[in-house]
Design a protein around this ligand. Structure first.
Ligand SMILES: C[S@@+](CC[C@H](N)C(=O)[O-])C[C@H]1O[C@@H](n2cnc3c(N)ncnc32)[C@H](O)[C@@H]1O
Length: 220
């Protein structure tokens, strides 16, 4: 089934073409992707702004993007990549990839927007080989009660998710990662954004648990 019906956000796509370079610095994108090797799936690739930052040890990137205007823009950025990149339609919750077919996965500013974080992380667990890596960079809910309450209000109002094509600012992505089949092995927490628009972020590396595959093979 095409994802176009539920992920067609032309206004957001226009906005993100302008906003993506400022949403995350080039240095942060280099850090996010540095040292990756082998076959990688990038989920929610947006305009393809990460493509130029992949290190040469990467043999192939499958860039999954459900929004058609962003996907077209990402296809235009393939030429800027130092490694082979294929841009495909799909969602985090249903990746068009075989089990254990990737050495690593990349998420930048995506788990705020997926419809089901647990399902998205379970899909990544399925396609990333045991011991493979997940690199992430995400904005998250604040630790302090008042900013967190304001973030929840923004999400509940429906206005923010509508403007941001499904973006939620109050998600506890750190807890979702801890509950997934990945072990977070590196994580930094920091504020990013301008003045009153700064949000808490997490970025780091999680490793796919090697026992998960064995368990599902035993119970299958
Ligand atoms: C804020 S943009 C970030 C784009 C890009 N990763 C970046 O770093 O600039 C969020 C992206 O997630 C995508 N997205 C939203 N829901 C998704 C889903 N269920 N599965 C995969 N991608 C999704 C959007 O289409 C958009 O490209």
């Amino acid at each position: 089934m095409s994802t176009q019906d539920t992920h067609d956000h032309p206004l957001f796509a226009r906005f993100w073409k302008l906003a993506a370079p400022g949403a995350m610095s080039g240095r942060d994108r280099d850090t996010l992707l540095g040292g990756l090797q082998g076959d990688i799936v990038e989920v929610g690739a947006g305009t393809g702004v990460n493509f130029a930052h992949y290190p040469v040890g990467v043999t192939r990137v499958v860039a999954v993007e459900p929004e058609p205007h962003l996907r077209a823009e990402a296809a235009r950025h393939v030429a800027a990549a130092p490694v082979p990149v294929e841009v495909v339609d799909g969602t985090a919750e249903s990746l068009p990839l075989a089990d254990a077919s990737c050495d690593g996965a990349v998420l930048s500013l995506v788990l705020c927007s997926v419809s089901d974080q647990a399902a998205a992380l379970a899909e990544l667990e399925r396609v990333v080989r045991p011991d493979g890596e997940l690199r992430f960079y995400e904005h998250v809910v604040a630790h302090r009660a008042r900013p967190a309450a304001f973030q929840r209000l923004l999400d509940r109002s429906g206005v923010w998710p509508k403007l941001g094509a499904g973006c939620h600012v109050a998600r506890d992505t750190s807890t979702a990662l801890d509950a997934s089949g990945f072990d977070v092995v590196e994580q930094r927490r920091f504020m990013s954004g301008l003045g009153p628009f700064a949000l808490p972020h997490i970025a780091g590396v999680a490793r796919r648990q090697s026992s998960t595959m064995a368990t599902s093979a035993t119970t299958a």
